[in-house]
Design a protein around this ligand. Structure first.
Ligand SMILES: Cc1ncc(COP(=O)(O)O)c(C=O)c1O
Length: 335
């Protein structure tokens, strides 16, 4: 277990981290298919009823539950379709998850890297640690690991490679083993480490730099929210596309209803229909999106994932290029 945990914070920290953890532990990926419409609600009841999908590691190790708590529609049981979901995990749901882990004796791995990236006014990030403590569970009751990264939030320094995990509820000998094994891995480079410490210790209200820090932070988050909204509105206007609301994270995951003729053309080209669409988009516009088939989706549905990260002033041009491409594509393949 210590080995697996240390792996989660090692050099392999990247989008596929949970998948690589799964492969390394010889576990099984459990597809939890997303609905792109409507609120996400992980039904603990459902999980309990269906022992097969019961928490990825239970199948192999009866040890961990990974929960993506990043201000995003979000419990995926070691399913890498994580970032496509856009709704904030409901607080009540978090209580259920914690109680479930407690009852089943599971370690809760809380991926909280998107905690700053919440754009819905009525939604709030609640850390699992807060939820655990407010249920009265202390150090003895529930092992919990929370992950944070310098690549997300308002800092968004993907290239610097820094992050940390906070480990609570583990005995001292287990913590020692985790630390020892993590130390065997190469560490983050020095700038990554500096950034991680800055993320942990942002300027305080009494500091001289606080006003400019706060203005910059608020400005970045407000701009991300505007970009998400602009793209959401633009996608929703297009024929055959439905786009869920961008409540958080850095992505949109629109569903696209492709004409039969396009599906057949994709088949002839030996491509999944959404991959076919994404490649055509890339060729015609230079815009890169990730086809939903690369993540896993409800069978018979097609999606693409797109980030909200291009500079804000470039968003209108991206929208118009995308719109022209989509209209042309639909005109070519409309049934
Ligand atoms: C949910 C989630 N967790 C973890 C990561 C890994 O972040 P990084 O390796 O950049 O720190 C990502 C990256 O995209 C992510 O989306």
């Amino acid at each position: 277990m210590a080995d697996l945990l240390s792996h989660t914070i090692s050099m392999n920290r990247r989008a596929g981290v949970w998948k690589s953890l799964m492969l390394r532990s010889n576990s099984k990926m459990l597809a939890q298919e997303a609905s792109t419409l409507g609120l996400w609600w992980l039904s603990i009841q459902e999980i309990l009823l269906d022992r097969f999908i019961l928490i990825f590691f239970l199948l192999v190790q009866k040890t961990f539950l990974v929960c993506f708590n990043y201000g995003v529609h979000s419990i995926y049981l070691l399913n890498e379709c994580i970032s496509r979901i856009l709704e904030v995990l409901a607080e009540e749901n978090q209580y259920d998850i914690v109680k479930f882990c407690k009852n089943e004796g599971l370690v809760l791995l809380a991926d909280e890297v998107y905690q700053e990236n919440i754009y819905a006014d009525n939604k709030k990030f609640h850390s699992f640690k807060k939820i655990v403590r407010s249920l009265g569970y202390g150090e003895e009751d529930l092992p919990l690991v929370s992950y944070q990264s310098v690549s997300k939030g308002y800092y968004g320094e993907c290239g610097k490679r820094g992050g940390y995990m906070e480990i609570t509820g583990f005995s001292a000998p287990v913590r020692e083993q985790i630390y020892k094994i993590a130390s065997v891995n190469l560490c983050s480079n020095i700038t990554g480490q500096i950034l991680a410490s800055l993320v942990m210790n942002p300027p305080k209200a009494s500091d001289e730099s606080y006003a400019s820090y706060k203005a910059e932070k608020d400005g970045i988050l407000a701009s991300l929210a505007r970009r998400a909204k602009a793209l959401e509105i633009a996608f929703s206007k297009l024929e055959g596309i439905t786009c869920n609301k961008a409540e958080g994270a850095m992505y949109l995951f629109p569903q696209i209803c492709l004409p039969q003729k396009a599906i057949e053309a994709a088949k002839a080209a030996n491509k999944a229909p959404d991959a076919f669409y994404a490649l055509r988009l890339l060729e015609s516009t230079g815009i890169v999106v990730v086809p939903g088939s690369g993540f896993g989706q409800v069978p018979g549905t097609w999606h693409f994932r797109c980030t909200i990260l291009p500079q804000e002033e470039k968003i209108p041009a991206i929208i118009s290029r995308f719109t022209v491409f989509h209209e042309t594509f639909m005109a070519e393949y409309r049934d």
